[in-house]
Ligand binder design. Structure first.
Ligand SMILES: [Fe+2]
Ligand SMILES: [Fe+2]
Length: 269
């Protein structure tokens, strides 16, 4: 099936009166991170040197992620003509580097790496679903709908390759959960915080905690319970726990309560 292109986006339908500045700040941030995906393809190719099938898939994946960055950046420039996507991205890429020279996964194993990739695609598929449902601006709704579809497909891609490596490496459940949990905790590391800073706070001193709270507070405001539930289900499937079992239902309940509490704290700060 042909992948969508920038020409498929109905740019003429853009309605500046429907731009929400809080969502705009999130879109600018996401455009930075998405556009940085070429480095991730290099990293994945280095740590899967004996798997040409996966290497080819990772290269094709990165092309789609970079296109997400371009589409979001172009929309953000329409919504805010003072935003310069390329110069913001240059600042971000100069200040944030992923370990492209690594020869083994920073997650400790190939299956760990693929669980972490599933977690990232879980996060992005829920983010763009939430943004699509939160915005009234028709072009952004279209773009987020297209990107969300890609992110669900990316999850399936990494999940499929994960099954091969799980059969070979056989990590236990605690190990799988730990990798997933650690990757989840990285949402407040430098990548998103610094992307938010470069895209939204040009000229100010970088304050990681302030940037992380500003970003996560705006993102959380877009999420509804169904977005969180679907994400939790996908994360649990990636670590090999049935979301419909007793453990899965308990995790769903805990995550939703924690999400609500943190959202209220972020909105109050
Ligand atoms: Fe993406
Ligand atoms: Fe993706």
């Amino acid at each position: 099936m042909r992948h969508w292109t920038l020409e498929d986006i109905p740019w003429d339908a853009f309605d500046g009166t429907r731009v929400d500045p809080e969502i705009l700040a999130v879109v600018k941030t996401a455009s930075m991170v998405e556009h940085n995906s070429a480095d991730y393809a290099t990293y994945l190719n280095n740590i899967f040197p004996d798997d040409p099938e996966f290497q080819a898939a990772a290269k094709a994946w990165a092309v789609e992620e970079i296109q997400h960055g371009v589409a979001l950046g172009r929309w953000a420039e329409m919504a805010d003509p003072s935003f310069d996507f390329q110069s913001s991205f240059r600042r971000f890429a100069e200040g944030y580097r992923i370990p492209v020279e690594a020869e083994s996964s920073v997650r400790g194993s190939h299956s760990g790496e693929l669980i972490a990739r599933c977690m990232v695609e879980t996060g992005t598929s829920s983010l763009y679903s939430a943004l699509r449902d939160a915005t009234d601006e028709p072009v952004l709704k279209f773009v987020c709908h297209k990107i969300a579809g890609d992110e669900f497909r990316h999850y399936k891609l990494f999940y499929t390759h994960l099954q091969r490596y799980l059969a070979r490496e056989k990590p236990g459940l605690p190990r799988r959960v730990l990798v997933a949990f650690r990757r989840f905790r990285e949402v407040d590391d430098d990548e998103l915080s610094y992307a938010y800073h470069c895209a939204n706070l040009d000229g100010q001193t970088y304050d990681r905690k302030r940037a992380a709270d500003a970003y996560l507070g705006r993102v959380a405001a877009c999420y509804r319970r169904d977005h969180v539930q679907r994400a939790v289900g996908m994360a649990m499937k990636a670590v090999g726990v049935s979301p419909k079992g007793r453990l899965g239902r308990l995790a769903m309940w805990v995550v939703w309560r924690r999400f609500r509490r943190q959202t209220l704290q972020l909105q109050a700060s």
